[in-house]
Design a protein around this ligand. Structure first.
Ligand SMILES: NC(=O)C1=CN([C@@H]2O[C@H](COP(=O)(O)OP(=O)(O)OC[C@H]3O[C@@H](n4cnc5c(N)ncnc54)[C@H](OP(=O)(O)O)[C@@H]3O)[C@@H](O)[C@H]2O)C=CC1
Ligand SMILES: CC(=O)N[C@@H](CCC(=O)OP(=O)(O)O)C(=O)O
Length: 345
């Protein structure tokens, strides 16, 4: 049994980790922290977990966390980077769901996250945990930076085109929409239905902190600089991200071959589903599941490849991908704890 600690158990990604780990045959949650709810039984706060966990939230305590095999950080940015060095020294492995270790350029990190990075050596050593790209490195890693939700949907959708150099990398467009749980529990408290229902808006159109993360991942795939326009939107649903991606072909291409390329690229990936050409993946087809579903489109005989990519932001975009990374790090079946199909309707 892998002994698990979770720092930041009361947030949406913390409770999603618990929901997944509750049915994981090889993991046992030993400690789950919250400073504000210390002492409260986990199932009192999240009744969906009644009968699954007897644990109560506790204050973060490095000595207790150091006894775990793996610690997940489901905390706001800036928390993990301060606590990780002690856990690393104790030989604990860490999957950080925040953005503390995602970027390699720490000037860029400081610019977007509004604070200097305090543990630059660990930021360089951390492995960016997108399994479809970095599985071998994840297996060896002591510290995994779990990707952001939008960056997961966007990178998976663009990767095959960029890896094969088939599109102009300077003119990529990602038009993405997220449900409200993407803003976290703190962001949702007080956000009443009357404030987001029956409405749909773009935000961060002049710059969002996921832009440098998307750019970093895609430029590695393209082995050169990329230009990306990324605009997120908030839609009145709880879970889900849909990213509509646009890329211009460098040379005319046969779209049947592009479809075959995507199918080939992802055929051994347990959590990427390439749907038939022209399909419209829906967020409800991945709700509660760890899949990324995608489909290719072409308008008339145009040279723009359109990819629609959907994930559940709390699962493949956060807690599910974190458990997938844990499975890889510990040499388990990668799908362990993640086999349940999405919840539909
Ligand atoms: N929501 C989403 O779709 C996604 C979120 N993420 C990332 O995952 C992380 C968690 O997100 P989410 O679950 O939504 O966040 P929430 O804001 O809902 O929860 C944050 C948790 O962290 C704890 N916490 C806050 N400050 C500290 C601190 N200084 N020390 C220790 N614990 C602290 C809080 O408990 P307490 O204050 O009681 O200790 C709480 O349990 C964030 O970095 C977020 O960006 C990543 C991908 C998707
Ligand atoms: C709808 C919504 O507000 N989404 C969040 C992104 C999700 C997230 O938490 O991503 P990180 O892990 O990188 O913080 C936002 O735009 O800030």
């Amino acid at each position: 049994m892998i002994k698990i600690g979770i720092v930041g158990g009361t947030g949406y990604t913390g409770v999603e980790l618990l929901r997944i780990l509750a049915v994981h045959p090889d993991a046992e949650v030993k400690c789950i922290t919250s400073r504000s709810e210390a002492g409260m039984p986990v199932a009192d706060m999240y009744p969906n977990l009644r009968g699954h966990f007897d644990l109560a939230f506790s204050e973060p305590d490095s000595a207790v966390l150091a006894q775990c095999d793996l610690v997940f950080f489901a905390t706001p940015h800036g928390v993990a980077m301060r606590m990780v060095p002690e856990l690393m020294a104790a030989g604990v492995r860490v999957v950080d769901l925040s953005a503390d270790f995602r970027l390699k350029d720490l000037d860029v990190w400081a610019q977007w996250y509004g604070m200097p990075h305090e543990t630059p050596e660990w930021a360089q050593k951390a492995v960016y945990g997108l399994p479809e790209v970095a599985r071998d490195a994840i297996r060896q890693a002591q510290l995994v930076a779990n990707p952001g939700c939008y960056p997961t949907a966007v990178q998976l959708g663009f990767l095959p085109l960029l890896e094969q150099g088939l599109v102009d990398p300077s003119r990529l467009i990602a038009d993405a929409k997220s449900g409200a749980s993407g803003a976290g529990r703190q962001g949702n408290i007080g956000m009443l239905h009357g404030e987001i229902g029956e409405s749909f808006k773009a935000y961060g159109a002049s710059g969002h902190r996921h832009l440098p993360e998307i750019r970093q991942g895609l430029s590695l795939a393209a082995t050169g600089p990329v230009g990306v326009t990324f605009v997120p939107h908030l839609v009145p649903m709880i879970r889900g991200i849909e990213a509509t991606l646009y890329a211009e072909l460098s040379e005319p291409a046969d779209f049947d071959r592009l479809q075959a390329l995507y199918e080939e690229r992802y055929k051994t990936e347990p959590f990427v589903d390439v749907m038939p050409f022209g399909s419209h993946p829906e967020t409800r087809s991945v709700r509660g599941g760890n899949q990324c579903r995608m489909a290719l489109h072409r308008q008339e005989q145009g040279n723009v490849v359109i990819v629609s990519s959907v994930i559940d932001n709390l699962v493949k975009g956060a807690a599910g991908q974190a458990v997938q990374n844990m499975n890889i790090m510990f040499g388990l079946d990668e799908t362990q704890g993640l086999k349940a199909p999405a919840l539909l309707p």
